[in-house]
Design a protein around this ligand. Structure first.
Ligand code: FAD
Length: 317
């Protein structure tokens, strides 16, 4: 992946909206076809629902992965992008879509990006932090204030709360972790470490915590992690057709707009099925049809990847 992203004005062949399994796999396939790819993701990390909602849960129905944590599926999807220079923009919400010559222009709060084709993989919507009543909801990790804080109070039982507590403790911050229920989520190894650090007195755990609980002495940094709420509202005014929360697509993933494709949970193609496997299959179809759309000399069918060769560094030739 590209650590020094392309200048904003540089158009790409493909622009992908959403970095869940559908978006990550569409990015892989479009890059495998030799296309330039940019991906916009609202959250500070990739992985969509798998990373935001259930990184700690075991998934059993992804092909060739008999049992794998959702977080590990994300890690593997991201690893599959490593041979390519994909311009990934995190914390970037796609807000507008308009025609731009033969292609499309997508606007964000601070920039606009043009591409020959757009693949919508926005799932249930942007997975943004649920508003919290306390001082600071975590929209960014690590928060800018972390570097300066010697003590932190993390409230919440979601997997991100456990992860934040462990990472801050590792960085030498004195951590108080509280939740109104006596239950924290995380992978077994994270939960075992949390218990170890609690026993060693490195993390002060309060659960179940009374509603009026506050740490004494007060922490420098208060972080409230309340889970995530999907937000489709930025996409609703776009010149797309909608069927409830789904965008209709033909068998190739094409929406009613030429050069705009849809895959994954957002697509009507799977009916009400919401499955990672379907997201992968639809993403592969979209990426290959989009490849032919932006470069008519490319055939729709990709051929077999097993016919491809890589350099010793793992780059495709
Ligand atoms: C608790 C739970 C357990 C599940 N277990 C399984 C399972 O065992 N097996 C299975 O197959 N499926 C499971 N699923 C369903 C599976 O997670 C979804 O089908 C899958 O995540 C869909 O992938 P996607 O890429 O279409 O969308 P998502 O995963 O929702 O990703 C969409 C991404 O787009 C981003 N986005 C949205 N709007 C914008 C915007 N305007 N700008 C920029 N970014 C945007 C979002 O922030 C998000 O990261 C489960 C779902 C849940 C909630």
């Amino acid at each position: 992946m590209n650590s020094t992203p392309a200048p904003r004005s540089e158009p790409t062949d493909i622009l992908i909206i959403g970095g869940g399994p559908a978006g990550l796999y569409a990015a892989f396939y479009a890059a495998l076809r030799g296309l330039s790819v940019r991906l916009l993701e609202a959250r500070p990390e990739l992985g969509g629902q798998l990373a935001a909602l259930y990184p700690d849960r075991m998934v059993y129905d992804v092909p060739a992965a008999p049992a794998m944590y959702a977080g590990e599926i994300v890690e593997r999807l991201v690893r599959q992008l490593e041979p390519f220079d994909i311009d990934i923009r995190l914390k970037t919400v796609a807000q507008t879509l308009e025609a731009d010559g033969a292609g499309w222009r997508v606007g964000t709060a601070g920039a606009s990006y043009t591409a020959g084709a757009v693949i919508l993989t926005a799932g249930m919507g942007a997975l943004l932090p649920r508003p919290a009543n306390s001082e600071q909801a975590l929209t960014d990790w690590p928060p800018a204030a972390v570097a300066a804080s010697r003590s932190a109070w993390i409230q919440g039982g979601v997997p991100q709360a456990t992860r934040a507590a462990l990472e801050l403790a590792d960085a030498g911050t004195r951590v108080t972790l509280s939740h109104r229920r006596a239950l924290f989520r995380g992978t077994p190894s994270q939960l075992a470490r949390l218990e170890r650090l609690r026993q060693q007195g490195q993390i002060d755990v309060h659960a179940p915590a009374a509603a009026d609980f506050t740490p004494v002495p007060p922490a420098d940094l208060n972080i409230h992690l309340n889970g995530y709420l999907p937000d489709l509202s930025p996409l609703l005014p776009w010149p797309l057709e909608w069927q409830g929360e789904y965008v209709p697509a033909d068998a190739n993933g094409l929406t009613t707009l030429p050069g705009v494709y849809v895959a994954g949970d957002l697509s009507s193609a799977g009916g009400t099925f919401k499955l990672i496997t379907l997201a992968f299959a639809q993403a592969a179809l979209c990426a290959n049809h989009a490849a032919h759309h932006v470069r008519p000399e490319l055939r729709v069918k990709p051929g077999h990847s097993s016919d491809r060769r890589t350099t010793p560094e793992g780059r495709f030739v």
